[in-house]
Design a protein around this ligand. Structure first.
Ligand code: SAM
Length: 272
């Protein structure tokens, strides 16, 4: 890929999604986009960059972003966050739900849904009747492919490795296909969770505040400026007793300045 095409694609990816493409990753970016060139019957990256940056390439931009995002996720990734969630559920969320209140939990940058389902299972483990209460877990991602995948709630066996053994049969039904065994989340889990496409840099249509926000392993792909714009928005989106979880290598640079304090490993609570 020539420098001009790289620059045009990197600029567009940044504008559209906040993704920062490093020039050292050019070969990885090329291999992720090659499939798009094939589908569009284009011969070079300069043709592709011209097309995707043009008016005609508007629809292609979503495919480009989808190809460029890193979607790796696991069930119960960074288990300590689910332990904190469990404590918060016992002390704050369940009393609120049991007294008729609403609880909203957001997995922002949910990839293929494993994080949102892990949240649902954590809560079901301590309150099997939680489906009768006013709880909603929302998973959102910019990448429509992962959102579509998450909606199916079907996971090939290799993607289920983080689920504690006893919980697999409790919350998933096994289906043997010709090529592999897949696990379909049961209704008790699925009914708590919904998935939608959402770019974190755009407007957020959610009306209600989010008691818990998981935004893990997402902002690592953003520059400091984009991250700094996001923190006050998360702050406004949650109540005083809310919690924001980031990924293990992500930090709010100056938490006090944006209304948070650090309350555990990459765990933030509002100060005001
Ligand atoms: C590495 S995955 C993290 C998944 C999950 N949160 C976890 O920690 O396992 C990062 C996800 O962030 C999404 N993402 C990247 N930029 C985004 C944006 N601007 N708005 C919403 N999602 C975004 C990607 O599509 C990807 O699915």
């Amino acid at each position: 890929m020539d420098t001009e095409s790289f620059d045009a694609i990197a600029k567009l990816a940044y504008q559209e999604s906040g993704l920062q493409l490093a020039v050292e990753k050019t070969s990885m970016i090329q291999s992720r986009l090659r499939h798009r060139l094939k589908i569009l019957d284009l011969e070079s990256f300069s043709q592709y960059s011209a097309y995707v940056c043009s008016e005609k390439g508007l629809a292609e931009r979503r495919h480009m972003i989808s190809a460029l995002t890193t979607n790796v996720s696991h069930f119960f990734r960074e288990k300590h966050h689910f332990d904190i969630l469990e404590t918060q559920a016992r002390t704050t969320l369940l009393p609120k739900l049991r007294s008729g209140g609403a609880v909203r939990i957001w997995s922002a940058g949910c990839s293929n849904g494993q994080e949102a389902l892990s949240i649902a299972i954590t809560l079901l483990e301590i309150a099997p009747d939680i489906g009768d209460m006013n709880l909603k877990i929302l998973g959102t991602d910019i990448d429509s492919n992962v959102v579509d995948f998450a909606k199916t709630a079907r996971y090939p066996e290799r993607l289920t490795s983080g689920i504690p053994p006893g919980l697999v049969s409790k919350y998933f039904g096994a289906i043997d296909t010709e090529s592999e065994r897949v696990y379909l989340a049961k209704n008790t889990v699925r009914s708590l969770v919904s998935f939608k496409e959402l770019n974190l840099l755009s407007e957020w249509p959610m009306r209600q505040r989010m008691d818990i926000i998981f935004c893990r392993n997402v902002v690592i792909y953003f520059d400091q400026e984009t991250q700094n714009r996001l923190w006050p928005r998360f702050h406004r989106a949650m109540p005083l007793e809310g919690i924001l979880f980031l990924g293990h290598s992500e930090r709010i640079a100056d938490p006090e300045n944006v209304g948070f304090f650090t309350d555990g490993p990459t765990t933030y609570r509002p100060t005001r």
